[in-house]
Every structure is written in structure tokens, then in C-alpha cells.
Design a protein around this ligand. Structure first.
Ligand code: ADP
Ligand code: MG
Length: 256
């Protein structure tokens, strides 16, 4: 079943054509990677999908609902979650408190621990922490957690609203290879367990080829290729965009 349909999306900033006539679809249960060199238009497209930016042209539909014109919060309520590339917002709070705040937000409660108490949906919060293997760090302030653990916590927070589509903009940025693999293996497991779909951007080609079901490639604002990892790896246009002269994607970290 098609979950997300991006159709003829275009967006310019002054004279810069950040997205031009982009169309693709994402199926239920799919881990779809959006790749392309810096400035290709990946973040712009992400921001259009999650409502932070309005497209100039085209349409984005999630489960048949048109997202254009909706606020990020409305899109989140429909079941589109996202993780952030930036540092965690509530660093002085513990891991479990961060998940509890996400659950309060889902339940439309005002963020107020004094009023709602520290036991708010505690079991559910612990269950989410367990899914990302953070049970033993539940009471640790996020400021003291390792970076890889914070990224897993972000996943737990994103899952609190039971999204059907998760948007991840460079989820493994700043991580060591081992941590990257752990995070993506976990993401893949969640996708399989929950029937979740994920659209993610990623710099590491190792991660992209190891974990994505399908890949969409952007270059200078246009979609230049789409297909399985094997198809994209063999695509001459993609190779040209990344390396100029028909090199392959063998080496970690070449594509940035
Ligand atoms: P990517 O995420 O693939 O690196 P972006 O979507 O961030 O690419 O950027 C695509 C192009 O649009 C770039 O040339 C960038 O400079 C431009 N761009 C993106 N956002 C803005 C903005 N808010 N104002 C002006 N230009 C922008
Ligand atoms: Mg970007």
C-alpha cells in the first residue's frame, strides 16, 4: 500500500531551484533512503513533507490526505514522526522524563510535571525505552548520556506518538561506524515489528546500501534515479554525480 505520495514538488529560493518536479512514492513498511550530494535538495524536500516549508508547486499526500498547507503539528498528529539532527531539547531531564513528555504531548496534556506527576504513563514510557535498549539508563539525565544513546532516545520519543511514517534527516550524523550500524539495525527492527515506514537521508553509503529497501537520488534539485540499492549502485548517472567518472561506491565516507 502506498503511504506517501510526492507529486511534482517544486521549490525555489530566489534564483536557486532547490526542488524541481520531484515525484516518488513510499510504500507501507519500506525503509526509503533519500540521497544526493550537498545542496541536492534533500532537507528542502524533508521540510516540505513535514510542513516546515511550503512547496511552490505540487502535492504531498499521506494516506490520501493532502499535507500542503498543514502545520508541522497537524502533520505529526496524522502520524508522521520525525527525529532531529540537532541536540536533544530537554538535556537536564532524564531519559524516561523525555519520553513521558512526548506521551503527554500525544495525549494533549500541558507539559507540567508538577501537575501530572512523575508517574505519568510510566509503564508505557519504560516499554518504549526497552524497545530502544535504554531501560538501564531510564533515570539518567540526557546531558550525561552517550551520543549514540541519545539518538536511540530520540527514536523512543518519536515512537511515543505511534507514527506510521518516520522522517529521519541524517540520523547517524556524527556517529562512529559501529554506532551507525547499531542505530540503523534498531530502526530496521522497529520497521519490521511495527510495520512502520521510514524516509531518511544519509551520508554514509555503507549505511544506505546496507539498510535501505529502496533509494531515491537527488542532484541539483532533481530526482535523477530511483530503485533498489543494487540498481542505484549500478546507475551511471548516479555514479557520475557522485564521482565524476564511473567510480563505484565502495569506500565509506566518499560521498558527501
Ligand atoms: P541538501 O539537504 O541536499 O544538502 P538543501 O535542501 O539544504 O540540500 O538545499 C538545496 C539548495 O537550496 C541549496 O542550494 C541551498 O543553498 C538552497 N536553500 C535551502 N534552503 C534555503 C533557504 N532557506 N534560503 C535560501 N536557499 C536555500
Ligand atoms: Mg540537508
Amino acid at each position: 500500500m502506498t503511504l506517501l505520495t510526492v507529486q511534482n514538488v517544486g521549490k525555489s529560493f530566489g534564483g536557486v531551484r532547490a526542488n524541481h518536479d520531484i515525484s516518488f512514492a513510499l510504500k507501507s513498511g519500506e525503509l526509503l533512503a533519500l540521497i544526493g550530494p550537498n545542496g541536492a535538495g534533500k532537507s528542502t524536500l524533508f521540510n516540505i513533507i513535514n510542513g516546515q516549508t511550503n512547496a511552490d508547486t505540487g502535492s504531498v499526500r499521506f494516506e490520501g490526505t493532502e499535507l500542503s498547507g498543514l502545520q508541522p503539528r497537524q502533520i505529526w498528529r496524522l502520524g508522521v514522526g520525525r527525529t532531529f539532527q540537532v541536540a536533544f531539547p530537554f538535556g537536564s531531564m532524564t531519559a524516561i522524563e523525555n519520553v513521558q513528555v512526548a506521551l503527554m504531548s500525544r495525549d494533549r496534556k500541558i507539559f507540567n510535571f508538577w501537575r501530572w506527576g512523575r508517574n505519568y504513563c510510566r509503564d508505557e514510557a519504560l516499554g518504549l525505552l526497552q524497545r530502544v535498549a535504554l531501560t538501564d539508563q531510564a533515570e539518567k539525565p540526557c546531558n550525561y548520556m552517550a551520543y549514540g544513546d541519545v539518538k536511540r532516545l530520540e527514536l523512543a520519543v518519536a515512537l511515543a506518538n505511534k507514527p506510521r511514517l518516520l522522517l529521519m534527516d541524517e540520523p547517524t550524523a556524527g556517529m562512529a561506524p559501529q554506532e551507525r550500524n547499531e542505530l540503523m539495525a534498531l530502526t530496521k527492527r522497529l520497521v519490521l515489528e511495527d510495520g512502520l515506514s521510514v524516509l531518511f537521508t544519509e551520508h554514509s553509503m555503507d549505511v544506505v546500501f546496507a539498510y535501505s529497501d529502496r533509494i531515491v537520488v537527488l542532484a541539483r534539485g532533481e530526482l535523477i534515479a530511483e530503485g533498489s540499492p543494487a540498481e542505484v549502485r549500478a546507475n551511471a548517472k548516479v555514479q557520475e554525480v557522485y564521482f565524476g567518472t564511473g567510480n563505484t561506491f565502495e569506500t565509506e565516507g566518499q560521498a558527501s
